[in-house]
Ligand binder design. Structure first.
Ligand SMILES: C[S@@+](CC[C@H](N)C(=O)[O-])C[C@H]1O[C@@H](n2cnc3c(N)ncnc32)[C@H](O)[C@@H]1O
Length: 272
């Protein structure tokens, strides 16, 4: 069977991969770039390769995320390793990277810390875009810190990775980024596959999902250099609460940024 025939076969259709999932699967299993996937769609596949594609499809159909099956995900143009101990970085989080990146560029920021780093996605993407910046990463989960360290090493990026409960033991930076857990435990909108497969420590926070954000907003100014920025991802219905917390804690230049669907995603604030 050719690649295009296999992709039209029942087991693969049943997996209902998104375009990006299908591209990732083919890239990992066949080693083909996006262009090659189009140009070589009539290449004949070996039985072993077809079997591997069908296995991945079967596990996807049962609800397991493609990124965990393959152990990799694409984020901001980088291929990162992930394990079930870390959140799978989401395309929405690229808004956080983009917002932070613009702050770095326009304000000439040079020391950056990514809190709640998970696989290291945000901090590593920022280091890749701003090689002159000194970037550090931290997470409460030692598994996450190991994953972030391995991703940075694999890309040859010098970043320091620390285990820490939010800001405990950390210094001061020009910019702090964070995509903390912000989902309420009883959120009815959360996908069953997310609840089943992704680590609870990466998803949920008390107080309607806002506890960790509240701690970051209230302590953040103590860990920023003068005029430094804090840039936070949050749930699309949490922007109002996050801005209110920021005002209460005395931040200035509070601005919320939207994702491509126009939903509030990221709020940034500056140290007074
Ligand atoms: C939503 S995930 C984000 C991971 C990564 N930044 C991303 O965008 O893909 C949240 C991360 O916060 C970490 N975390 C949870 N509680 C924490 C705490 N008290 N201090 C530091 N990190 C924490 C989790 O281990 C998890 O890796």
């Amino acid at each position: 069977m050719t690649l295009s025939e296999v992709l039209r076969s029942d087991p693969i259709r049943a997996a209902a991969w998104s375009t990006s999932e299908q591209q990732l699967v083919i890239s990992e299993i066949l080693g083909l770039s996006l262009t090659e996937q189009v140009l070589q769609s009539d290449q004949t596949l070996s039985e072993a390769v077809i079997e591997r594609l069908h296995q991945v499809a079967k596990r996807t159909q049962a609800g397991e995320p493609v990124a965990y099956i393959l152990g990799v995900v694409d984020f901001d143009g980088l291929r990162l390793s992930v394990s079930p101990n870390v959140l799978i970085p989401r395309p929405d989080t690229e808004i956080l990277v983009e917002t932070a990146s613009q702050l770095i560029e326009y304000n000439d920021l040079s020391t950056i810390h990514d809190l709640c780093t998970g696989s290291g996605a945000v901090g590593i993407a920022l280091k890749t875009r701003h090689l002159n910046c000194h970037v550090t990463l931290s997470d409460l989960s030692t598994d996450a810190v190991q994953c972030a360290k391995a991703n940075a090493q694999a890309l040859g990026l010098p970043v320091d990775c620390l285990t820490a409960d939010l800001f405990d033991g950390l210094g001061c930076y020009d910019l702090v980024t964070a995509n903390p857990p912000y989902i309420a435990w009883d959120d009815p909108e959360i996908d069953s596959s997310v609840r089943l497969y992704e680590p609870a420590i990466a998803l949920f926070s008390n107080a309607q999902g806002l506890e960790l954000i509240r701690r970051i907003v209230s302590d953040g100014m103590n860990h920023l250099n003068p005029n430094g920025y804090l840039c936070l991802e949050h749930g699309h219905r949490q922007a109002h609460d996050v801005r209110a917390m920021a005002e209460e804690s005395g931040w200035r230049s509070i601005q919320t940024h939207q994702d491509l669907a126009g939903r509030d995603r990221v709020t940034r604030m500056q140290k007074r």
